[in-house]
Design a protein around this ligand. Structure first.
Ligand SMILES: [Zn+2]
Length: 94
């Protein structure tokens, strides 16, 4: 089994690999976050992914909200149409 060396410090032994970049990293280069080792690039990547996720989350939530808000609105419009035609008919009848 070969001894892995840090991707940033070839003279140092790696203590693990970044879960994102899969690159071997030494204690100095690793950041323990939520119990997992990340390299600096790995953390940046994680932040980027999380930001994207929350952004798309907001959009899907907004889309859901639009769907929910749009349903009663279309019913209301139908109701208005119904009232209008009804009034038109009763108006004609008189
Ligand atoms: Zn290092």
């Amino acid at each position: 089994m070969e001894i892995k060396h840090c991707v940033n410090h070839p003279d140092r032994h790696a203590i693990g690999v970044c879960v994102i970049t899969k690159k071997p990293i030494c204690p100095e280069c690793s950041t323990k976050y939520e119990g997992v080792n990340y390299s600096r690039e790995g953390l940046e990547e994680l932040k980027r992914r999380r930001a994207q996720k929350t952004r798309s989350g907001i959009w899907s939530r907004a889309a859901n909200l639009a769907m929910v808000a749009q349903a009663p609105l279309s019913f209301y419009l139908l109701y208005l149409c119904y009232l209008y035609t009804f009034n038109a008919f009763t108006g004609l009848a008189k």
